[in-house]
Design a protein around this ligand. Structure first.
Ligand SMILES: Nc1ncnc2c1ncn2[C@@H]1O[C@H](COP(=O)(O)OP(=O)(O)OP(=O)(O)O)[C@@H](O)[C@H]1O
Ligand SMILES: [Mg+2]
Length: 256
């Protein structure tokens, strides 16, 4: 079983929307999928209540200590892909989900504020040495230069090659995602021939191709190579380390 976690502290970046979209794309690709919700806000559970179909099963698990145990038992239930939707902010349940994941996806809108806000999540992912990729979500349809800038900024944040760590395709901002959510459907059910559905299927294929074959985050970002990009690097310097034992960030180093 592969466990894919969608995480970023920034609210509204698309964790729940992508969790649902990817879950249904994975089901249609032949997987036995389970959706775990660790966000008490309940976006996925609420979506399930509106849903006209029984599948997929949604499991709300809000206690960090229950995540590992449940993931282990899902293997015996024949589940092949588990997708975990996490809460915004930094929570013990998100830490635990990342810890027991096989692959982490960090959704972000293509703005510098959103990209910078991914840094804390990336710290946790690095601390657990997990493979990961960013998903650029809610992108404008025509903004090639802006998207290239966003992609480069993500490469700088991670200090890795963007081809390895920025998922394809980008997920464009479209009403289909919101309409599907309110109908209790995924985009590939709501508008199966639409562009949003096509993107979500392609994103699943990209993710699937990376499973077991992805870039693993290293503990220490290679900041030295990027000192010429001042807008990005000072954030690393100010960021506290993540302590995997206590699941807390350590006190931030003093700024010079
Ligand atoms: N590609 C998209 N196009 C249009 N709307 C989108 C897209 N992705 C997400 N949305 C919408 O943006 C809003 C926030 O998305 P979502 O709830 O998935 O974010 P989230 O990261 O789970 O937020 P939270 O941190 O609050 O849990 C929702 O209304 C959702 O329908
Ligand atoms: Mg959410």
């Amino acid at each position: 079983m592969q466990t894919i976690v969608l995480a970023t502290q920034k609210g509204g970046s698309g964790k729940s929307t992508l969790a649902i979209g990817l879950a249904l794309a994975a089901i249609r690709a032949g997987h036995n999928v389970r959706l775990i919700e660790t966000d008490p806000q309940g976006t996925v559970s609420n979506w399930k209540r509106r849903r006209p179909y029984a599948a997929p099963i949604i499991e709300p698990i809000y206690a960090a200590r229950e995540v590992e145990q449940r993931l282990q038992s899902l293997v015996h239930d024949g589940v092949t892909v588990t997708i975990v939707d996490t809460a915004g902010g930094e929570t013990a349940a998100t830490n635990s989900a990342i810890r027991y994941s096989d692959f982490c996806l960090i959704p972000t809108r293509p703005s510098i504020a959103d990209i910078e806000a991914t840094a804390a999540t990336l710290r946790v992912i690095r601390a657990w040495h997990k493979p990961f990729a960013y998903v650029l979500n809610q992108t404008p349809i025509r903004a090639a230069a802006r998207l290239a800038g966003a992609e480069n900024a993500l490469g700088d944040e991670a200090a890795l090659d963007i081809a390895d760590i920025v998922a394809r395709p980008f997920i464009v901002m479209r009403n289909d995602h919101q309409d599907a959510l309110s109908a209790g459907l995924a985009v590939c059910e709501h508008a199966p021939r639409g562009k949003s559905a096509e993107e979500m299927r392609a994103l699943w294929q990209w993710v699937e191709s990376r499973l077991g074959n992805a870039v693993t985050a290293t503990d220490e970002p290679v900041v030295e190579e990027f000192v010429e990009i001042p807008a990005i690097i000072p954030k690393w310097a100010a960021l506290p380390s993540f302590d995997t034992d206590s699941a807390h960030f350590l006190r931030a180093p003093a700024r010079s």
